[in-house]
Design a protein around this ligand. Sequence first.
Ligand SMILES: [Zn+2]
Length: 340
Amino acid sequence: MLIHTDRFAEHQTPPGHPERPERAEVMDAVAARWRERGLEIVAPREATREQLARVHGTEYLRRISETAGKSSQLDPDTYTSPESHEVALLAAGAAVDAVERVMGDSHKAAVALVRPPGHHAERDRAMGFCLYNNVAVAAAHARAQGAAKVAIVDYDVHHGNGTQHIFETDPHVLYVSTHQYPYYPGTGAAEETGSGAGRGFTVNVPLEVGAVDEDYQLVFAKVVLPVLRQFEPDLIIVSAGFDAHERDPLGGMRLSTEAFAAMTLDVRAVAEDCCRGRIVSVTEGGYDLQALAASLNVVIEAHGSPASPAASWPSSGLTSQRGQHALEVVRQAHRQFWTL
Ligand SMILES: [Zn+2]
C-alpha cells in the first residue's frame, strides 16, 4: 500500500533548488497511476509532538514549529515556505502511519511518498533539505509500539548523518547505509560504527563516486544482507533515495532504474525470512524527475509483487572495483561485530 499526500507541492523552495516542487508533481502522477491499477492509497495524519520528540529536542521542535506560516532559511540548503511545516508534519506522519499498518499486520509492506526528505535532519538541526527525520521518527515509533529491533537501510546517495547520530548509541536500531563517499554531508566513513552500547550497529558502506550496479550488488550481497540477517529485525525501514541513479544531477553514481528494484527485492527477501515480510520504504532524495518516476514505480512494484521473487540484478557491462574496495574497508571496520 501507499501513503501519499497531495499537499507536498506546497513545500516550496527557491527557483533552481534541487528539492523543487516539481518532484511533488512526479510523485502525485506515480501515485495516481498506481491508484488506477488498484493499489490502496491513503492520506497521512500529521506526526504528533510526542512522536517527533522521541528523536528531536524540545527546543528544536519549538523553533521548527515557529516556521509555520513563514518563508525562512534554516541552513544553506534548507528552506521553508509558509506551508512547509505542515507538509513536514505530514511527511513524518506518513512514515509513522506506514509503520503502524505494517506492525499492526494489516499490511505487509508500505511505501510512504513524502517531501521534504528526512535523513539529514539531526536531533537539533535542520539540514540538507530536511526538517524532521521521517525515518528516525518512524523507527522510534516502531520501537514504542513494541518492535524489539528495527533495521534501517539507507541507499540514498548521501549519507544519512541525522539517522546515524540519532541511533548511534542504540543497539536496538541498526543503521546500514550505502552512499557516495567522500561527499555531502562528509560523514559516513566505514570506521563510524556506533558508540557505547550501539557499537557495531552503525554500518557504513562508503562507495567511491562512479559506482555501478555490480558494485551495489556486491555490497548488498556481502554486507547489507548478511548484517540484516544476523541482526534479525522485527521491521525493516528503507530510506529510499533515488539520487544514486545514473541520471541524477546531484549524485555521481551510475545505478540503473532496475537496480532500485533489485535492492528492494533483496531487502524484502530478508524481511520475509526475519520479520514476516514487514518492510516500509520512505522516500528521501532523487532529483532527476524521469529517474524519480521510473525508480519509484519499480520500487512500489517490488513491494507489492505477490511472492517475493529473487532479485534479478541488471548488468551494466561496466568494470568497477568500487564495490570490492568498499567491502574490504567495511570488513576491516566491522570484523569484531559481524561475520562478513
Ligand atoms: Zn540524497
